[in-house]
Write a protein that binds this ligand. Structure first.
Ligand code: ZN
Ligand code: ZN
Length: 352
């Protein structure tokens, strides 16, 4: 039987172990995929550093693009396209039962039986669900999207995590045109959100981040004003923003941002995915100012569809491909993780 490699994470160990796995035969509805590239998401780094708990052992990696190399029955992608060997694809990070109360209530991303690529147990036989691998076997419940061969892997890889999550947050934001927007955190999601808001003609886009390199980069992703704190870039604190997005998970900045929201303003929280200090809210002010607060976690397949369209449409207008600073082969994945940990690039890519 032929084999492939997968980089396995064991809880408590900072180094991934490259293991051999049998290459499975796809059953009905399944797709056998050769990984073209997988970018290392911030959450992968946090898992390896022990900052978030994860099933272990597991093959991490979920921002992934690959090519179908085998299938045993007809499978269609999200848009109804008949998939074939040779098609370049990505897929929704979550796969859900499509049948429980949450799935039926249009929250498949919170399915009671939710599974996520790059987040499931693996033993010596698989299943191969993580992107830090030569091969992924997509189960029949996966939602798959064909990807044009034209678009660079450095642009498209983060689409099924970072970009799709940004699109989910933009759906809650509603119309962006002529709005004043604050983006907390100039990481992959924040920069993508900046590009989105600029492309949708926001009036003002203010970025806050303490990382000098990232905040400078935000100028290429729509920033009209930048700073490391509110005192840096705001003169008064009333009615400054229609929309505040937090992608950094900073309770302190979220707390301060509430006072900057104008009448009818929306606060959209995305970045707090680890335990964080409490937030103090003034209910009277929220009521009188008609403020809405939203949480965003995971996304629905249609958000990924829109995210792919967004990157196809905007890939040449913003330097997305420059956000992937280096690429490593799978056998050097631990070097890649070290580089990502020490230098905090926006993204590092693994090309098996
Ligand atoms: Zn991710
Ligand atoms: Zn479900």
């Amino acid at each position: 039987m032929s084999t492939c490699r997968g980089a396995v994470f064991f809880e408590g160990e900072q180094v991934l172990a490259i293991k051999k796995f049998p290459i499975p035969e796809p059953k009905q509805g399944e797709l056998l995929v050769k990984v073209e590239a997988c970018t290392i998401c911030g959450s992968d780094i946090h898992t390896i550093q022990g900052k978030r708990s994860e099933k272990s052992p597991t093959i991490l990696g979920h921002e992934v693009v690959g090519t179908i190399i085998d299938l045993s029955s007809p499978v269609r992608d999200f848009n109804g396209l008949q998939l074939e060997v040779g098609h370049r694809i990505t897929w929704s990070v979550c796969f859900s039962c499509r049948n429980c109360d949450r799935c039926r209530n249009d929250m498949p991303q919170k399915c009671r039986y939710l599974k996520k690529f790059g987040h499931e147990y693996v033993d010596e036989d698989g299943p191969l669900l993580g992107g830090f691998s030569d091969i992924v076997l997509l189960p029949a419940q996966a939602t798959v999207f064909q990807i044009s061969p034209e678009i660079k892997s450095t642009v498209i890889c983060p689409v099924n995590c970072a970009t799709a999550t940004v699109i989910a947050s933009m759906e809650l934001a509603g119309k962006v045109k002529n709005k004043s927007v604050l983006i907390i955190g100039a990481g992959m999601l924040g920069l993508t959100a900046g590009a989105y808001c600029k492309s949708r003609k926001a009036k003002e886009i203010v970025f806050l981040d303490q990382n000098k390199k990232r905040i400078e980069l935000s100028k290429s992703f729509g920033a009209t004003k930048i700073g490391s704190s509110f005192t840096d870039c705001m003169d008064d604190n009333a009615d400054a923003f229609d929309l505040v997005f937090d992608f950094a998970g900073s309770t302190q900045l979220i707390q301060q941002s509430v006072d900057f929201l104008t009448i009818g303003g929306k606060l959209i929280l995305v970045g707090t995915v680890m335990p964080a200090p409490e937030l103090t809210l003034k209910p009277e002010s929220l009521v009188r100012k008609l403020i809405s607060i939203y949480g965003v976690h995971n996304y629905r397949p249609e958000h990924l569809n829109k995210a792919i369209e967004f990157l196809l449409e905007q890939a040449d207008n913003y330097p997305f491909s420059e956000l992937v600073e280096r690429s490593f082969p799978l056998e050097k994945i631990n070097e890649a993780i070290e580089f990502a940990t020490n230098f905090k690039p926006l993204r590092v890519m693994i090309e098996p």
